[in-house]
Design a binder for this molecule. Structure first.
Ligand code: GDP
Length: 152
């Protein structure tokens, strides 16, 4: 029946997930709590989290799409310069909502009230990362977490 099939589709409906990183500048400046306050305050659910110190090779793999860009060496050196916090966020439209909360890549162009506008100091040292599309989110989440580490 229609009722049963709609109940069944609810079972399979999963909210969107995105990868979030508090970059080494955010961790070293003591901004972990501030970033998490923004995330939880906007109703995004943290379903996985860990702290790690990337090697430059791991940072290069993560940012492989940018390997031809002039800032690639600087970016991967920065991303492997100290501990970072990686998280999986879940919610309706989580990818776009997290990017909106982060603000524009260049903090000088970021909207008032966004994390980058409030905390970033540089176009590169911009405190946070967020996936930009469902395919990137799937790659980035899989880069750091296996299925048992994501608590739905
Ligand atoms: P995002 O999705 O807003 O993080 O931006 P991008 O995917 O375009 O770039 C990835 C990261 O590379 C940014 O978050 C910055 O840390 C860094 N980045 C981007 N553009 C520049 C740039 O023009 N110069 C430098 N030094 N770093 C940049």
């Amino acid at each position: 029946t229609r009722k049963e099939s709609s109940a069944a589709s609810d079972v399979y409906k999963r909210q969107e997930r995105t990868l979030s990183i508090i970059k080494p500048d955010g961790v070293s400046r003591g901004l972990i709590g501030d970033v998490i306050k923004h995330i939880e305050g906007r109703g995004l659910k943290i379903v996985a989290m860990k702290m790690l110190h990337l090697t430059q090779a791991q940072a290069r793999g993560f940012y492989a799409v940018h390997r031809e860009r002039p800032f690639f060496e600087g970016l991967t050196t920065f991303m492997s310069s100290g501990p970072a916090v990686v998280m999986v966020l879940e919610g309706d439209n989580a990818i776009a909502r997290w990017r909106e909360l982060m603000g524009a890549t260049d903090y000088r162009k970021a909207a008032e009230g966004t994390i980058r506008r409030e905390f970033a100091t540089d176009i590169e040292k911009n405190v946070v990362h967020g996936s930009d599309a469902p395919e990137t989110a799937a790659f980035e989440i899989g880069y750091f977490f296996n299925r048992f580490e994501i608590l739905a």
